[in-house]
Ligand binder design. Sequence first.
Ligand SMILES: Cc1cc2nc3c(=O)[nH]c(=O)nc-3n(C[C@H](O)[C@H](O)[C@H](O)COP(=O)(O)O)c2cc1C
Length: 222
Amino acid sequence: MIFDMRALGAGDRYKIIGACITPRPIAWVTSQAADGSLNLSPFSFFNALGSDPPIIALGLVAHTEKRLKDTAANIRETGEFVVNLVGESSAEAMNLTSIDAPPEIDEIALADLLMVPSIAVAPPRVAEAPASFECVVRHYLETGVNQVAILAEVLHAHVGDEFLLDRERIHIDVPAMKLVSRLHGAGWYGRQTDKFEMLRPAWSDVVAAGGAEAFAAQRTGA
Ligand SMILES: Cc1cc2nc3c(=O)[nH]c(=O)nc-3n(C[C@H](O)[C@H](O)[C@H](O)COP(=O)(O)O)c2cc1C
C-alpha cells in the first residue's frame, strides 16, 4: 500500500512515521524559560547527527492546543537545553513528565526528581539519568506550523561513573545503562537486550576472494 502523506490527516501521518521509524532513542529534555521556570519533557524525534562537532537533533511537533510546545518556546528563547537519556528505572517518571498539565504545573516536582546544576548551560540535568548532554542551539528550524527541528551542539557530556569500564579509553558499559527507546503505538517501549553483532565488511576481503563476482558466489554458496 502506498500512502500519499500529503493527502492524510496529521494523526495518520504520525501513525506511519511513528510505527515505521523505530526504535527511537528518548531525549528527556530540561529547558528553562527566561523567567527561570524549568521544564522537563520527553521527545523521541531525537538522534545523533554528527560527532565533529557533536551534533544532536530534536523534533518537536505542535502542541495539541495548536501552539508551540513549552520546550520549543524555551529553547527558542534561551538557545540552550539539556538532553537526559532514560534508563529503565526512570521510565515511569519520564512518562509522567509528558503529562498534559497546565503550564504552571512543575513536572519535575510531580515526578519527584532530583536535579543537578549543569556546567555551561542554565537548565539543570536529571541526577538519575545514566548520561546527560548540555546543548547549545546551532540551528532552530521551523518545519511546520508550530513544529520545529533543532540542531544543537553538545558542550558537555555527563556519563555516570558506574558506567565507565575504562576511563582512559572511554569504554562505556552500554548494557548497564539500560536505556529505553520508543517503539510503536501509544505506549510501547523497547530495551536493548535483543541484539546481534555484525562487523563492517572490508574491501580487502572482496579482493582476496578474487573480485566482487567471486566474493558474491562465495558468500551465497552459488
Ligand atoms: C516517550 C515519549 C516521546 C515523545 N516524543 C515526542 C516528540 O518527539 N516530539 C513531540 O513534540 N512530542 C513528543 N512527546 C510528547 C511530549 O513529551 C509532550 O507533548 C509534552 O507534554 C511536551 O511538553 P512541553 O509543552 O512542556 O514542552 C513524547 C512523549 C513521550 C511520552
